[in-house]
Design a protein around this ligand. Structure first.
Ligand code: HEC
Length: 174
């Protein structure tokens, strides 16, 4: 038997007895239904999946000042985190500024993103109404909704983003 074959046989013997038992590689740990349910949510561009709850920009500003301003700056102007406001009309220029307001095609994605990922250091800590209020605030700062407009499943799905028509669908939601 060549040395190459010997090494291969030896390594197979090693792995079948130690790292992999009869019932698999034993990577990770099992997950229960409640844990899956807490992270198994998605909001589609057309608003499908938006939960109950509501909020406006006045409420959103208060939460923003506590939870977001340290990274995204006063009024969403940016800091160590992205600017969330401004840049409208710059996308076709030599210095495009891509923000939620100038670039993102769907307001519903803003809800999904904040709920899923923000605040950066403790995602999942906000209520759905907090997230609606923050969404309303960021849309208000971008001049897309009015200060008192209440964002909830129905109203958020109807918000038309300034750059929406510059995106083309590779597939269409139902
Ligand atoms: C500790 C810093 C920090 C805090 C606090 C924070 N963010 Fe962020 N945020 C970030 C970073 C970093 C990114 C970029 C993440 C990436 O690209 O993966 C980001 C990205 C975002 C984006 C996407 C911007 C884009 O154009 O891609 C949004 C929207 C956002 N944050 C909203 C919020 C809101 C709302 C809060 C408060 C509830 C918040 N963030 C709190 C650091 C932070």
């Amino acid at each position: 038997m060549s040395m190459h074959k010997l090494v291969l046989v030896a390594s197979m013997a090693c792995c079948s007895t130690t790292a992999m038992g009869d019932d698999g590689p034993r990577l990770g740990r099992s997950i229960d239904d409640a844990t899956v349910a807490a992270i198994d949510f998605v909001v589609l561009p057309n608003g499908e999946g938006l939960p109950a709850g509501s909020g406006d920009s006045v409420q959103g500003e208060k939460i923003y000042v506590k939870e977001c301003v340290s990274c995204h700056g006063a009024s969403g102007q940016g800091g160590i985190g992205d600017a969330l406001v401004g840049g409208q009309g710059t996308l076709a220029s030599d210095s495009p500024v891509r923000t939620v307001g100038s670039y993102w095609p769907y307001a519903t994605t803003l809800f999904d993103y904040i709920r899923r990922a923000m605040p950066y250091s403790k995602p999942g800590s906000l209520t759905d109404s907090d997230v609606y209020a923050l969404t309303a605030y960021i849309l208000f700062l971008n001049g897309i909704v009015a200060e008192k407009d209440v964002m909830m499943a129905d109203t958020l799905a109807k918000v038309h983003m300034p750059n929406q028509d510059n995106f083309v669908w590779a597939y269409r939601p139902k």
